[in-house]
Design a protein. Sequence first.
Length: 247
Amino acid sequence: MSDFLIAIPLLMLTAFAHGAFGFGFPLFSTPLLTLGIDIRTAILMTLVPTVVINTVSVLSEKEWKEAIRQFWLIPLFTIIGSYCGTQILFAFDPDLSRILLALMVIGYLLSDHIRGVEKERIVPLWGLALFGFIIGVSAGVVNVFAPLIIIFALETKMKPELMVTTFNISFLTSKSGQIAGFVSQGAFHGPALFFSLWMLPLIIISLWIGIRLRKRLDMDAYKKLLRIVLWVVAIMLIGQSSLAMLL
């Protein structure tokens, strides 16, 4: 019960952050939740809210049709990848998955230092499919693939608007693979799932507030604060998991 009480403000805060930035609910919520609960429960707790939040985000963006037209193979293959990734999640030591999650968060934090190409690159269809599968696996194992899609966007000179929209669509489609994976493991049930359903109204309200305040916030200061929090969380996850694996 205490874990769920702690999860209430964390889910509301990260939903607000998603509304303010336009992306990031699982990126922020998963590592924060994983500090106190196992990663499988944390992912299950965020599955349904992520579907709702990303659906709202995609429908509120003007570029979603163009994103699907150009990059439809990416979200399609995230379904297969996320199903496979979920099987890996249940096969691996949870502490190892937490370390992988921390490394993905650090990858996101360091992605600002990556320089993109000057000219737009055309990725072949098989490349889009392979990339979709890879980020799907990442979503299934650690519930995060932000650094991968940022690197892809920089290396292909993808428009920022299309990047955010494709990110949200891909994360939305990956949830179907994750849900199928949890069902196949007999794990799509229990208190964590019911808690996430109960939290939906509060999460949607927090998301709406973030969207409404997007233009009024000091985004630079807000981003710096979130980055500091993510660095601390990533280091703590590595420390906790390493100790647990050694003991």
